[in-house]
Design a protein around this ligand. Structure first.
Ligand code: BJ8
Length: 431
């Protein structure tokens, strides 16, 4: 077995029972294992505690699915989501499981393009295609999905997705005035009522307090990891950190937080010993923009293969997911829902207007992470991020921050061109 051989485990009987297209899915499973082996196991000086996250990929279509099936047997639901605005604390409070279903792979896109327009965001097409092609066990296992009205591509796709899986939609305000907060709080209450109805349970203040603590702990562990990445030399690669941020959306939250914290202890030792995964002179890049759903490792792989290291992801699969916590000092359900809503209203997605706090946040994270340049990443046809990029670019110009903006999709077609642009950007940082 070569040092890069890696297998994503197969569970054909279980997949059959989930009504999947098993022959087709099995090919995708093998490809994922090959890509992972090449991109991940070939990295030098990986922290030992990455073994857990390797195992999570190896069991991504098996072990974790079995755990979810076990929870379902107790009458609790598995709820699929596509956005960090859906309050997972409420699902956890009801004893259920929340799983992120954003698509990060090219494979299902032709399935989606049989019905959806081609010129919409690849994340939406990929997610829809996974369900249409019956090639994602998570999509097959969920009791229902909860979409949102963040962008046009998503909110209109939910109407079509509802034909394949029960799809509810939470209205997300587009501004942050007082009346928007009122609307959002009502939506959160409706979401809670829906989860209670499906779970045939009523969520108590105690249940919600416990769930808030669990998810806060998960976010705290990710914050700790982010802080550690500011060290030079970088103790962990950006690829590994991104992987952890992706796994956060489907792993069991208590175990996940423990494993991230154990990794952080190892990384703190590395820092104390002056050890890193890249030389101290390696250019340090921060990525900002649209989320990179699993297994979208394209940009991280290009940047790090070119000799740089990524030290931060200002993204929903990144800091936007965990930078804010919910106040744990409330005891009745109404106040809990208030503070929960306050926390979610702080998310600075480009679907809001105005959204100047994101520009400030990007600059803050740039400084905090000791980065030397910002790479803005936008998925193709994502209008809100592509247009908001103007303000991020202007802010970087004003601050004299080396800057590169990339718009890409999941296909490998632009890899050569991106490589050239990334290399020129790294030369600019090296000076
Ligand atoms: S809070 S970033 S997870 S909406 S990239 S599908 S916006 S066209 S992902 Fe997102 Fe929630 Fe915002 Fe975060 Fe549409 Fe843009 Fe595609 Fe997007």
């Amino acid at each position: 077995m070569s040092s890069t051989a890696f297998e994503v485990k197969a569970y054909p009987e279980m997949w059959e029972s989930l009504n999947m297209d098993v022959p087709r899915f099995d090919k995708a499973r093998q490809m994922l294992g090959e890509v992972y082996g090449k991109m991940y196991l070939s990295q030098p000086d990986r922290p030992q505690n990455m073994a857990y996250f390797d195992e999570m990929i190896s069991e991504i279509f098996g072990g974790r699915i079995k755990e979810m099936l076990d929870v379902k047997k107790t009458g609790k639901p598995v709820v699929g989501t596509f956005c960090v605005y859906i309050p997972e604390e409420i699902v956890v409070a009801a004893g259920g499981i929340c799983v992120g279903l954003c698509g990060g792979s090219q494979g299902p896109i032709p399935d989606a393009e049989k019905i959806l327009p081609r010129n919409i965001c690849p994340m939406v097409k990929s997610a829809y295609g996974f369900k249409a092609g019956r090639i994602c066990p998570y999509f097959q296992i969920v009791d229902f999905v909860y979409g949102e009205t963040t962008c046009d591509a998503k909110k209109k796709t939910w109407e079509i997705l509802d034909r394949l899986v029960p799809t509810y939609v939470m209205e997300i305000p587009q501004m942050k005035n007082k009346r928007d907060k009122t609307l959002w709080l009502e939506e959160v209450k409706d979401f809670k009522a829906k989860v209670e109805e499906v779970c045939k349970t009523s969520i108590s203040a105690n249940d919600l307090a416990g769930a808030i603590k669990v998810i806060n702990d998960k976010r705290r562990a990710l914050q700790r990891l982010t802080g550690i990445r500011s060290a030079n030399p970088a103790p962990i690669s950006g690829k590994d950190a991104l992987l952890i941020e992706q796994i956060a959306f489907y792993d069991e939250p208590v175990r996940f937080a423990q494993k991230v914290n154990a990794l952080c202890v190892e990384l703190e030792h590395r820092i104390a010993n002056g050890e890193g995964v890249a030389p101290a002179a390696a250019p340090r890049v921060m990525v900002s923009g649209t989320p990179m759903a699993l297994p979208n490792w394209k940009v991280h792989n290009l940047v790090e293969t070119a000799g740089a290291v990524i030290v931060n992801e200002e993204s929903c699969i990144g800091t936007r997911y965990f930078k804010d916590l919910i106040d744990e000092n409330t005891s009745d359900i109404d106040s809990q829902l208030e503070v929960l809503t306050d926390r979610y209203m702080q998310i600075d997605c480009s679907c809001f207007t105005p959204n100047n706090e994101r520009v400030d946040q990007v600059l803050k994270e740039y400084k905090d992470s000791n980065a030397q340049g910002i790479l803005h990443y936008s998925l193709q046809f994502c209008h809100t991020y592509n247009i908001e990029e103007i303000k991020i670019r202007e802010a970087c110009e004003k601050e004299g921050i080396p800057y590169l903006s990339i718009e890409s999709d999941y296909s490998p077609e632009d890899v050569g061109q991106l490589q050239t642009r990334i290399e020129a950007f790294l030369e600019q940082i090296r000076g």
